[in-house]
Write a protein that binds this ligand. Structure first.
Ligand SMILES: Cc1ncc(COP(=O)(O)O)c(C=O)c1O
Length: 446
């Protein structure tokens, strides 16, 4: 419109950056999910967001506890309550931890932890695929040196740790005064974009083998982000650390409530000393309004659900669907068009997240969305260059029929792509329809 004010120089620059993203097909936009679409995308793994019995328990809890709606401020000022403190103790005890500290989100918890816990001269060794929030925390840290290791590679972790021990970094300038540097090893239980599970026992063994467990000064401190394992892995959804009995051998764990638990917020599980330290130094906790009562009540209700009999069949159904999807995707009956275009997981994932890599995930996602199946394309910079994919997440609310329909539609798309490619090779022969022309554009990028 003519009467729009001209762009400022800053807006012109920002618009240029957005145009670049658009050109590279990496522009992020908001979308809406229709309730009629089968959910193969959200992190609501147990489908608790739409669980009517959880909803009515939550409403009862709101009435039962009858606390003020707003928390009233930072946890350190007026935002604390007996309700929050009891919830922390109960959640910590559910996961077999000594203490816990609530945060308003998992992002804040990771960013706050990694910004303030590593001390001057300490080192954070992190899996190359850890979440953005860990990176932001490390960036905010004034003190730590940070080193990546190859994703899920215990051998590479050993290499990095050994080179630290053999090099100058861990002791230089510190011995005698503060002792050796501490080394934090940051991993996820389940990686959010690939759905693979960390070889956590081997990671903990390696850290202890190379660095010791921290009790003799210096040492290694394993920090596990259980965001995608909460509610899904381990006994009663307690997570990977509990599944492997490593509660006493990891330094801290993050559980988030926004994924399988249908709420929001997060908790760091750790020792009472670290809890008090975080209360004093973690800025995203100190300088923010604490979780309102409604969030706390939902977290309490979701944990009660995890302890209740209906959790087990939901989790079992979800794990059966994972097997079903893997078998359907990798069935020998799949056509060459299917197997040549899609890079599938080579072993059955232990988590409900499947990464299906292909040249143009946006085209496949849009094809499936038009058929009432919600999957999303994930492209760089969210994932590394060359690993663009369709991310399929299974849910307890999906049926075997939904999964069959999904794989059937993926097969149809692959066949169609193969036909278009053949036709393009033959030079065509007839005018293409509008829809086919669009697909041709996609193929031209392959
Ligand atoms: C591995 C991981 N850690 C932390 C977070 C952040 O958690 P929240 O959504 O509670 O901020 C996410 C969310 O995407 C995640 O995937």
């Amino acid at each position: 419109m003519d009467d729009q004010p001209p762009l400022t120089p800053l807006e012109t620059k920002l618009k240029h950056l957005l145009t670049q993203r658009h050109t590279n097909s990496t522009l992020r936009t908001l979308t809406l999910t229709s309730p009629s679409q089968a959910d193969f995308s959200s992190n609501d793994f147990l489908s608790l967001s739409t669980n009517s019995s959880l909803k009515s328990s939550f409403l009862q809890e709101l009435h039962r506890a009858d606390l003020p709606l707003g928390s009233g401020g930072s946890r350190l000022l007026d935002g604390n309550s007996h309700y929050a403190e009891r919830l922390e103790r109960d959640v910590a005890s559910f996961h077999g931890a000594e203490a816990g500290l609530l945060f308003t989100s998992g992002f804040d918890a990771n960013a706050g932890f990694f910004a303030c816990v590593p001390q001057r001269g300490d080192v954070v060794v992190f899996d190359a695929l850890v979440h953005a929030s860990v990176h932001d925390g490390m960036r905010l840290s004034r003190s730590a040196k940070t080193i990546p290791f190859e994703h899920n590679s215990v051998a590479d972790l050993r290499r990095v740790l050994t080179s630290l021990v053999e090099g100058e970094e861990l002791g230089a300038g510190r011995a005698g005064r503060e002792g050796k540097a501490h080394v934090f090893v940051a991993v996820e239980a389940v990686y959010s974009m690939d759905g693979d599970v960390a070889p956590l026992r081997e990671i903990v063994d390696t850290v202890e083998d190379v660095l010791g467990d921290g009790k003799g000064g210096g040492g290694g401190y394993v920090v596990v982000d259980e965001a995608h394992a909460t509610g899904v892995l381990g006994p009663g959804g307690r997570g990977l650390v509990c599944a492997l009995g490593l509660e006493r051998r990891v330094f801290a764990r993050l559980h988030t409530f926004g994924k399988a638990l249908a709420g929001n917020g997060a908790i760091i599980l750790t020792s009472p000393t670290l809890r008090t330290y975080l209360l004093n130094y973690a800025r995203p906790l100190i300088y923010t309004t604490s979780l309102p009562f409604s969030s706390l009540a939902l977290i309490r209700t979701s944990y009660a659900f995890l302890r209740s009999p209906p959790h087990a069949p939901l989790a079992a159904h979800l794990h059966a669907l994972i097997q079903t999807l893997f078998h359907l995707l990798t069935s020998p009956a799949r056509s060459p068009a299917f197997t040549s275009q899609l890079r599938l997981p080579s072993t059955c994932p232990q988590s409900p997240i499947f990464s299906i890599q292909l040249q143009d995930p946006k085209a496949l996602a849009s094809f499936l969305q038009k058929r009432e199946m919600m999957v999303r394309a994930v492209v760089p910079p969210t994932v590394p260059e060359g690993t663009q994919r369709v991310r399929v997440c299974l849910h307890a609310g999906n049926t075997v029929e939904d999964v069959r329909r999904l794989v059937g539609a993926m097969g149809e798309w692959c066949e169609e792509q193969a036909r278009l490619a053949d036709r393009a090779k033959d030079g065509g022969g007839r005018e293409l329809e509008e829809g086919e022309r669009k697909e041709e554009v996609v193929l031209a990028r392959l």
